[in-house]
Design a protein around this ligand. Sequence first.
Ligand code: HEM
Length: 404
Amino acid sequence: MTDQLDLRDPAFVPDPYPALAAAREEAPVLWHEGLGVWVTTTHAAANDVLRDRRLGRILRPRSDGDDAWTTFDWLHADSILDSEPPKHTRLRRLVAGAFGRGHVTRLRPRVEQIAAGLLDDVERILDRDGRVDVIAAYAEPLPVLVICELLGTPTADWKVLRDWSQAIVRMYEVDPVPEAQRDAQRACDEFASYVEALAAERADVPGDDLLTSLVQERDGGDRLSPRELVATVVLLLNAGHEASVNGFGNGLASLLAEAEQLDTVLRGLDDAAAVDRLVEEMLRHDSPLHLFERTATTDVDLHGVTVEKGQKVAALLGAANRDPAVFADPDRFVADRDPNPHLAFGAGIHFCLGAPLARMELQTSTRALLGRLGPLEVVGAARRPTFVLRGYERLIVARSRPAT
Ligand code: HEM
């Protein structure tokens, strides 16, 4: 039993790691009284939860007679993330097929262009004000613009897509307030209508984008239902956005706190393998997604406890990624850590489908920012008050002054 982890406590969110470490000392799997779920504290236990097929993603519909939740419910029920085999296997194969057709490789030069365009503004602000918020000016627009490019949605729509996706993901936090619930319902209705209209356009006039590939899957033998198509596009926009913004912001803040390592990183930006290792450590050290739940379909013995049929268990990814049994000196950011078997992208059948895209995006954007601006330091920051999606509201940086 743990009462140390009050995931709703605003004092816990800024630095949850000491409390997670203390909980790990207690046991690998603990009962969380406040949430009424089991939580994992170690890498091995989180990994087992994500891979054990007796622990499934089982969705409880929210509607229960309330029509306002209808779209929210089917957007989730018909998405890959919230389905289980055999439906999950079919959806994942179809989407992976459409995703795999060269779309990520095709995008790398475009990501470089998008990053360079945004950096023009970032540099202008930095020169004018001496400081710049890299979340607003860089980290936030970049993944939405990239996902628009991938899917083939008009780039001019990125702000409205960002707003819908932010409204929906607020529902994944512990205890969303009524206003957040209404915003999420509205966002789901508007988002679904938007995707339906765009899919109709692509059916008439195909492009060379992912949306066209998905429309062809839908229309070529009914292998993807109309709702599954919309749910997939909405999931890709949500998943492809929030975690990437936070992965970049959290990771950059961790790196900039290490002046000596930053110096080495700046000198090694041409070494692709070094940048790959840097990005893995950015994702491990302060992971952007902290909690994923499963429900037991039968009694499951898990690291000394029994998760009874119907009970939920949450894999805590941030705790897993600081487990000293797997990572030497786990609280320290080590830019060239290798190997780095972090769980930031999950594990098992739901392992992040967008990981190759997310990695390419983070490598490209990190290299572009550091290459253009050189040494930076954090001069102001505000954390988002949320635990599950961990990130910065603002991360203000300035050019570092040379040491005297
Ligand atoms: C740093 C960025 C990202 C992180 C840390 C991340 C993390 C994750 C994690 C932990 C899961 C597993 C959830 C679970 O087990 O319940 C997941 C699933 C998924 N992610 Fe990502 N993700 C990122 C970026 C992306 C991007 C860019 C896309 C696509 C454009 C994407 C698409 C997906 C999809 C479709 C799934 C569901 C896969 C399935 O259920 O089979 N993600 N992601």
